[in-house]
Design a protein around this ligand. Structure first.
Ligand code: ATP
Ligand code: MG
Length: 411
């Protein structure tokens, strides 16, 4: 081993390779290779972003001591050697080629998607997505002007445009239903909702025969109604649905899937182009870990889940929720008040996830409490009807403690 070895048990070549650290849009890297003169090293620097592998913007030759100093500095800055870069490792070239290649084709696909087609139908922009407008009508939900479209919702909105079946999972009050409703409201699509955690029968869902004025009539259930009329159907709490309803749904999970009304002489219902199908659930898939909080929820089998795009929707972050509070209760809600209230909600949710609290703390509950607080000027009194009366005495005591932790009593 020569005197300029960088470490005692490694030769200089062990330090050759690619040192990378992630950036918000890609990666920053230094490549170390041997230079022409003995015991010198070539250092090249570049930044990869969404458009692909970046050009070399720094190119220098250093001696071993200088390299050692650089390695120390890079380590401090969060660069790590990309061990897969050694050409001898199996699959090394493919491993490195994958992301630049994927970024290139994804950018092409995105450009193609956003090129206007010859369809002249009206669209509305929601987040970064152009959504085709519907026919309007009495079933279009009301626009909530205070609704916050977080950037992470873009993929979901894009899926709606592509006619994918979308399932939103998450805690109660995290915003599953309102996301779909607010997309529908802005794009003027009518919405039907059907809750599976109650008395919804397969008759309500698919349809049934009835006698009216001596005549036997078929009444469409919500599913064929939505399919024929091009409405958006939200199947709420799908993890409580009975098997016969899931069986009916499975038929229409493909984008052009047709429904066969067996009870009506096998009449075939083809989906209107505007028809969309959504489901929400609290304790499915990645949320299964919380099943004990949602008594009676069924596990959904993988084959059924694989027919959906399943998105885990978390509560809004405290900063987003403070924003929503201010937008909803403008002009009376200030940033100071909103930030504290959002922090209280976050603490209550953490207690719920730890199972210290048995009741969830929804954005709905927070908004209601805040509104009443603005009227009464008293957080404790407002919490009575908005929170405490809805939960067990133990939960109320714990929430009261959290509130006192954040709000000092008035002097
Ligand atoms: N992004 C948001 N911007 C503004 N308000 C929101 C947002 N997300 C949720 N909310 C508020 O939270 C309330 C509860 O949301 P929503 O009813 O959609 O929850 P959910 O997940 O469907 O709950 P559940 O499981 O009980 O059905 C909504 O009425 C809305 O006022
Ligand atoms: Mg809901």
């Amino acid at each position: 081993m020569n005197a300029t070895a960088l470490t005692e048990d490694e030769n200089d070549d062990a330090n050759l390779g690619l040192y990378q650290r992630a950036t918000q849009t890609g990666a920053e890297w230094w490549r170390v290779s041997v230079a022409d003169r003995p015991e010198t090293y070539r250092l090249e620097h570049g930044v990869d972003d969404a458009s692909g592998t970046g050009a070399v913007d720094i190119d220098l030759v250093v001696d071993a001591e200088n390299l050692r100093a650089k390695l120390k500095k890079w380590r401090r800055e969060g660069f790590a050697i990309d061990s897969g870069d050694t050409a001898s490792a199996p699959g090394a070239l493919e491993r490195k080629a994958f992301m630049p290649e994927l970024r290139r084709v994804a950018a092409l696909a995105a450009a193609a998607r956003h090129r206007p087609d010859d369809d002249t139908g009206e669209t509305v922009r929601i987040g970064r997505v152009e959504v085709r407008c519907g026919a309007g009508g009495a079933l279009v939900p009301r626009v909530n002007p205070a609704y916050l479209f977080a950037a992470r919702f873009n993929d979901i909105v894009e899926d709606i445009g592509e006619n994918r079946r979308v399932m939103l999972i998450g805690h109660t009050g995290a915003g599953k239903t309102s996301l779909i409703e607010q997309v529908a409201a802005r794009s003027r699509h009518g919405v039907l909702r059907s809750n599976m955690n109650g008395q919804t029968t397969v008759g309500d869902f698919v349809g049934f025969w009835t006698v009216k004025g001596g005549e036997t009539l078929w009444v469409d259930g919500v599913l064929p109604t939505a399919m024929r009329e091009g409405l958006w159907l939200i199947v709420d709490e799908i993890d409580f649905a009975e098997p016969s309803i899931l069986a009916a749904l499975t038929a229409v999970l493909e984008p052009h899937g047709r429904l066969v009304l067996k009870e009506k002489g096998n009449e075939i219902v083809a989906p209107h182009p505007s028809f969309r199908l959504f489901a929400t659930a609290n304790a499915v898939g990645a949320m299964s870990q919380f099943r004990q909080l949602y008594q009676g929820a069924n596990l959904m089998n993988e084959a059924f889940l694989d027919r959906w795009r399943v998105y885990l929707l978390d509560y809004l972050t405290p900063a987003e929720e403070a924003d929503v509070l201010m937008r909803t209760l403008a002009p009376n809600m200030t940033r100071t008040l909103a930030a504290t209230l959002a922090a209280i909600a976050a603490d209550c949710r953490a207690a719920f996830a730890r199972e210290d609290l048995s009741s969830a703390f929804s954005t709905r509950r927070l908004l209601d409490w805040a509104e009443l607080m603005l009227r009464t000027g008293d957080p404790e009194r407002a919490a009575g009807p908005a929170i405490y009366a809805k939960v067990s005495p133990e939960d109320a005591a714990l929430i009261r403690g959290i509130v006192r932790h954040h709000i000092a009593p008035a002097a």
